[in-house]
Design a protein around this ligand. Structure first.
Ligand SMILES: [Ca+2]
Length: 161
């Protein structure tokens, strides 16, 4: 995600955390801490059962920052304020293993409907990426490879006996 806001207090406003809303129903079940500025939270820490602080001025951009949740540990988190600083753009990259998002995201073959959201403390601007659910049907070649892989494993086991 590329924002126009740095990962630091800027003009009196703190940067927000990343919020994930499964089902796009306004409840953000998961969050990733960007700064580690509440409790013992650390930058890049993923939380489920997330609770949130709202923006200071613009409720249309809620939520703003994590203020509670159950830690699932740190996930891949990268931030770049050097490459894009000339244009005042800041790039965030977050990688979350699907298994940490169960039961809301269970398999590679079905991407659930969800949104990823970010804003800053004032809520003057926000970015929300809305994704519809996607069903992936395995290609026949993938199924065959899986079958042959399984057969190979069985044959190897028989040879070892
Ligand atoms: Ca939700």
């Amino acid at each position: 995600m590329v924002t126009g806001f740095p990962l630091a207090v800027f003009e009196g406003n703190a940067p927000g955390d990343f919020a994930l809303d499964f089902g796009n129903n306004g409840t953000y079940e998961f969050g990733v801490e960007t700064t580690g500025n509440w409790g013992t939270s650390k930058q890049g820490e993923l939380f489920k059962h997330a609770s949130w602080s709202n923006t200071q001025y613009f409720s249309v951009c809620n939520p703003f920052a994590l203020n509670g949740g159950v830690s699932l540990g740190n996930v891949l988190f990268a931030y770049d304020n050097l490459t894009y600083i000339a244009n005042k753009h800041y790039a965030f990259e977050i990688g979350i293993p699907i298994n940490l998002l169960t039961p809301l995201w269970v398999t590679n073959f079905f991407i659930p409907k969800f949104s990823a959201h970010w804003t800053m403390q004032c809520g003057n601007n926000c970015i929300t990426l809305n994704l519809d659910s996607v069903v992936h049907t395995p290609e026949p070649s993938t199924i065959l490879l899986t079958l042959f892989g399984g057969l190979g494993t069985i044959l190897l086991r028989r040879r070892k006996k």
